[in-house]
Design a protein around this ligand. Structure first.
Ligand SMILES: Nc1nc2c(ncn2[C@@H]2O[C@H](COP(=O)(O)OP(=O)(O)OP(=O)(O)O)[C@@H](O)[C@H]2O)c(=O)[nH]1
Ligand SMILES: [Mg+2]
Length: 422
């Protein structure tokens, strides 16, 4: 034992607790607790040291656990952050649609706040982020009628029908047209079909914000009837009273497969009333291309269109028809650089020849003057997996309005005489 040790052990019991513990904690075997006991450390003091030492040990343990937890949390945060960044980038890369994003957010996969916090590290623009926020909190649901609830069609108007299979783009085309005529100030409202007017206003308003109409619920036999007067853009004194009738694609499919029942195509004798009619057939370009790549075994659009033509023939609809328009929808997906009108025509000629020939036969059969015309149609450029329009296009709405104005029944103000304005 050296001099220092001797001195220390000489008045061992007079050292305070901290000094004793500090000595023990040096790890020097000459100052171990056992050594101190051997040198006469009082039992009380021994016990106190033991208590204090085990307290220190457990505090160390807690601290160590906390540190481990902190590191794990940091790793988790990094992981979480990366998850959010990946989620946002997938949106920016057009891999997620609005509804899918909404479901992920409602299920807590990510939150809007977390997205906002990390936005500047992602490719997602604040504009699209805000659109997602509004979609989740504010987008309205639109109702469709059931046939039984529809008001009768107003007479002395031109009825404009939209036919096409589910998701072919009918509602989007209407939203785009309504938005166009609203912006041009060409619309005079009519409250005869209130739900129809509400539907029109909603899809137009949503389209103006970039959102698309909801798909008509698969289970319902939805139909909408929208009525208003269209002002001729060139001769504003001419007003065209119109009835727009949009049938859900589901109903179109039902009719094309199982024929007509009281519940579907002509439940209200709409199709054989005395109003003049313009018929729009919407052929889904995108679906056609997808089906060519991956055939799905469903009835092709052309075949359904043919069935509908023969049903309309049975109703005598063509006796009142002033025009058949075949719209090749989603024309923004045509190959880059093509002339859209030419391309739509060629596309129909190569793929829908028998439908076109049948239209021509009908025209001959009824010795009608009416025109059969084909147009491409696009509502603009879409992103978010085709659920959001970031750039609106009114080229085709303008063309269709010109067609409608040229063909539709006109209600001249002076003298109140009705005349057919062609
Ligand atoms: N790229 C592109 N996609 C479009 C266009 N118009 C519609 N779509 C897409 O097609 C989907 C279906 O369009 P809708 O207008 O709802 O189809 P619909 O014919 O009314 O369908 P139903 O209500 O089921 O009868 C939209 O949600 C868009 O994703 C377009 O001009 N371009
Ligand atoms: Mg629809």
């Amino acid at each position: 034992m050296n001099l220092n040790e001797e001195r220390f052990f000489y008045d061992l019991n007079s050292h305070d607790l901290e000094t004793l513990i500090a000595k023990i904690q040096t790890g020097n075997p000459s100052y171990s607790l056992e050594k101190m006991i051997e040198k006469g450390l009082l039992p009380d003091k021994t016990q106190e040291i033991r208590n204090r030492m085990s307290q220190i040990q457990s505090q160390d343990l807690i601290r160590q656990k906390e540190e481990e937890e902190r590191l794990r949390q940091l790793q988790n945060n990094d992981f979480r952050k990366q998850q959010i960044i990946d989620f946002c980038n997938q949106i920016a890369d057009n891999q997620k649609g609005l509804e899918e994003i909404k479901i992920s957010i409602l299920n807590g996969v990510v939150s809007l706040d977390e997205m906002a916090q990390n936005l500047n590290q992602t490719r997602l623009t604040p504009e699209i982020y805000n659109k997602i926020g509004y979609y989740i909190s504010g987008k309205k649901q639109v109702d469709f009628y059931l046939w039984k609830d529809l008001p009768p069609l107003l007479s002395d108007r031109t009825d404009i029908y939209f036919f096409g299979q589910p998701a072919s783009g009918k509602s989007c085309i209407l939203a785009n047209m309504f938005s166009y005529i609203d912006k041009q100030g060409l619309i005079i409202e009519n409250t005869h079909s209130l739900v129809g007017t509400q539907y029109k206003n909603t899809i137009q308003y949503e389209y103006d914000l970039g959102y698309l109409p909801e798909r008509t619920a698969a289970s319902s036999d939805g139909v909408n009837y929208i009525t208003f007067e269209l002002t001729d853009p060139i001769k504003p004194e001419h007003k065209h009273p119109l009835n727009f009738i949009e049938m859900s694609g589901e109903l179109f499919d039902q009719a094309s497969m199982g024929g007509v029942s009281d519940n579907n195509l002509n439940a209200k004798n709409y199709l054989n009333n005395n109003n003049r009619k313009l018929l729009f057939f919407v052929v889904d370009y995108d679906r056609h291309v997808q089906n060519t790549l991956n055939p799905d075994g469903n009835t092709p659009q052309g075949a359904k269109m043919l069935t509908i033509l023969s049903l309309l023939d049975q109703f005598g609809t063509f006796k009142q028809t002033d025009g058949i328009y075949i719209l090749v929808s989603k024309a923004d997906l045509f190959p880059a650089g093509v002339d859209p009108v030419q391309y739509a025509g060629d596309f129909l000629n190569s793929n829908y020849m028998s439908f076109i020939n049948n239209c021509k036969n009908i025209k001959q059969k009824y010795k009608s003057e009416f025109e059969i015309k084909a147009y491409p149609y696009s509502i603009g450029n879409l992103t978010l997996k085709s659920t959001y329009v970031y750039e609106r296009d009114y080229t085709w709405a303008k063309k269709m309005i010109e067609e409608i104005v040229a063909k539709a029944f006109s209600n001249k103000p002076k003298g109140g005489i009705f005349s057919f304005f062609r």
